[in-house]
Design a protein around this ligand. Structure first.
Ligand SMILES: [Zn+2]
Length: 366
């Protein structure tokens, strides 16, 4: 092969290589484009200064914001790190916790029936005394383990014949679930659009009102069970006040900044309204052997809510070190956690009330 021939071969080969390269390259870019089209677009996280005006709320949280994200992207951001991830999860886990408690309480009577059936079948074939003891162990556990209660077991079993309504207890559980779920959905989807953002924050306020009102229900119902006039008066009062506050929160005019002080006054009056039946309840419950433990749980609830509100209002700790707590540890996450703790303490107090009424009905305890 002479020099000219070699040059030609090299030229042809390089042309072929070029063609192959350009073909593979265009194939690759086509593939890439198709993949890019198929793959959901990863939306960038923004800094505080890049946010639209309606989303600028906490100037101490500097980065990891989502803004104007499509609905699907906002939904999948549940599994992505941004400054709302823990706000969503703290209340979503709280919601799942209360859902579990509701289901457990709904199943309770059925489980007791099942145990009764099992122990009955045992009693027909085995020693009756032994099966009776097993049945007492399961059905009367709370009574046997109540150390404050010095009443003989026989008297307690007789008074359990009075059936105490469960609906106020479930009203509270339902209200808590509504508040926790609406709050987590609000934090997840508030980045979608201005319109949805406005609606969701209104829903979040409504959720708080619903939780406050429904928390009063079991306490008022069980404390004033034997004084129906007080029971009806307090329940009607708190329901009317709650419905009025909800209507206010939903009204577009009254939810503007012009009426902020009016809304704050409504929240305060709801809280103050609770003081009256609470003091009254202390007098009514004075002989209740579970008074101290109920009061301890309710104090834990009040402390959790107050501390949470303090964090919420002061924006501590992020105001001390702006940008340090963007992802984890900022005031709203602490506030959310304390709301769940407070709701659990109130749940424990309500259980004490319910068990007391289940045991004694309207009997006065010496
Ligand atoms: Zn929140």
């Amino acid at each position: 092969m002479n020099c000219i021939q070699t040059k030609c071969v090299v030229k042809r080969k390089s042309r072929e290589t070029d063609e192959t390269f350009s073909f593979t390259h265009s194939k690759d870019s086509m593939k890439k484009n198709m993949c890019d089209r198929d793959r959901p677009k990863r939306y960038p996280l923004l800094s505080f200064w890049e946010l639209p005006e309606y989303m600028k709320d906490n100037e101490y949280i500097l980065r990891y914001y989502r803004a104007n994200w499509p609905f699907k992207q906002a939904l999948f951001s549940l599994f992505r790190w941004h400054n709302e991830t823990l706000n969503v999860w703290t209340h979503f886990i709280g919601f799942l916790l209360f859902l579990g408690l509701t289901l457990a309480n709904l199943m309770k009577p059925r489980m007791a029936d099942l145990l009764q059936l099992v122990t009955r079948s045992f009693s027909s074939s085995a020693d009756k005394n032994v099966s009776h003891n097993i049945k007492d162990m399961f059905l009367g556990t709370t009574l046997l383990f109540d150390l404050n209660n010095q009443m003989p077991l026989t008297i307690e079993l007789q008074s359990t014949a009075l059936v105490i309504a469960r609906w106020p207890f479930f009203v509270f559980l339902g209200g808590s679930m509504f508040c926790l779920l609406s709050s987590s959905m609000c934090h997840l989807f508030c980045c979608h659009s201005h319109k949805l953002n406005m609606f969701l924050w209104r829903l979040d306020y409504v959720g708080i009102v619903v939780m406050i009102i429904t928390s009063f229900f079991p306490q008022i119902y069980y404390v004033f069970l034997c004084e129906p006039h007080w029971q009806i008066m307090y329940l009607a009062g708190i329901t009317a006040m709650g419905l009025f506050t909800i209507a206010t929160m939903l009204s577009p005019t009254l939810s503007t900044s012009k009426y902020r002080s009016f809304r704050a006054m409504l929240f305060c009056s709801m809280g103050l309204f609770g003081v009256v039946p609470a003091i009254h309840a202390c007098f009514v419950n004075w002989t209740n052997p579970r008074r101290n433990i109920t009061l301890a749980y309710e104090s834990a609830m009040a402390l959790s809510y107050l501390t949470g509100t303090l964090f919420y209002v002061t924006r501590i700790p992020e105001r001390w070190k702006p940008g340090w707590f963007d992802l984890a540890g900022h005031s709203h996450q602490i506030f959310h956690t304390l709301v769940v703790v407070g709701a659990l303490a109130h749940y424990a107090a309500t259980l004490q009330m319910l068990e007391w009424r289940d045991s004694f009905g309207c009997d006065t305890v010496p």
